[in-house]
Design a protein around this ligand. Sequence first.
Ligand code: RIB
Ligand code: CA
Length: 310
Amino acid sequence: MDKFLVIDTDIGIDDAFALRYAMLTQPLVGITTVNGNVTADMATKNAKLFAAHYKLDATIAKGASRGLIAPVSAPITDVHGDDGLGGCYTNPFDATTADNAVNYLINLVKTHPHQVTIAAIGPLTNIALCLNLCPEFADLVKELIIMGGAFGYHGHTGNMSNFAEFNIWKDPEAADLVMQSAIPTVIVPLDVTYEVLISAAEVAATQDKFLIDVSKFYLDFTLREEGFHGMAVHDALTIGYLNHPECFTVVDKPVRVSTAGITAGQTLMPQSAMPIPDDNFKDLPTKRICIGVDTDAIKGHLLSALHFTA
Ligand code: RIB
Ligand code: CA
């Protein structure tokens, strides 16, 4: 059976690592963009820059410019730079695309039912819109793999607040809608992504100039603001899971997302071991959640795949 991979992204620096890893190891046919690290327009320009640099033949379709309900928040320029790629390349491209992300994704899964995998590595706004506009979308997608969330394993509870990871925090209503849907879903949360840090030397050893250039900004941020040497390639681990699921420890649980108050953006599994009258998880489908990773093994796979050969 053919298979197709689309990456839904807010192209930031770790997104670029995911895109590069995907194009080297997966049938990457499309890039859809979403507001997150940068605006959807900037993410679209970055997708075009990436595709031109690596001579990637993939459809690029621009998506949502804001969350479903949450007020628009500013791009996080301190992590990925004003342009989302560390400010090291001039971007000559415009932000127009022939189709929009939602139309592209819906039409692709209708044309190739149960053959399209989507890696969502930014806020989940586009995926939620697909579910709203196409009731059968959940049944047509082969698998959705999400970089997002944090459940507290290994002490990782959030990178935007005490409780929330950025992609979920940016559009919690979209995330909660997606988590309640029937899409077969794997979640790659901070619990595992912060367990895989790539050093500047390891990036340099890939000999991939684009990745070396764009990661400088991110490496400076993580040392200055997060206090460690190395970068968490959060998004690339979604592709790591697709390629090597054996490197991950998983649990299958239903998931909800807090959408208000100080916990807005928190991803939650059921907690109570006893029957409860107001069960927020009643009858929900389970999602596969990565709670552990073989750090050395997945780093080895990632870095050897990224080793640049002209
Ligand atoms: O929390 C990490 C996520 O937020 C990654 O997808 C990164 O690119 C940022 O979007
Ligand atoms: Ca991202």
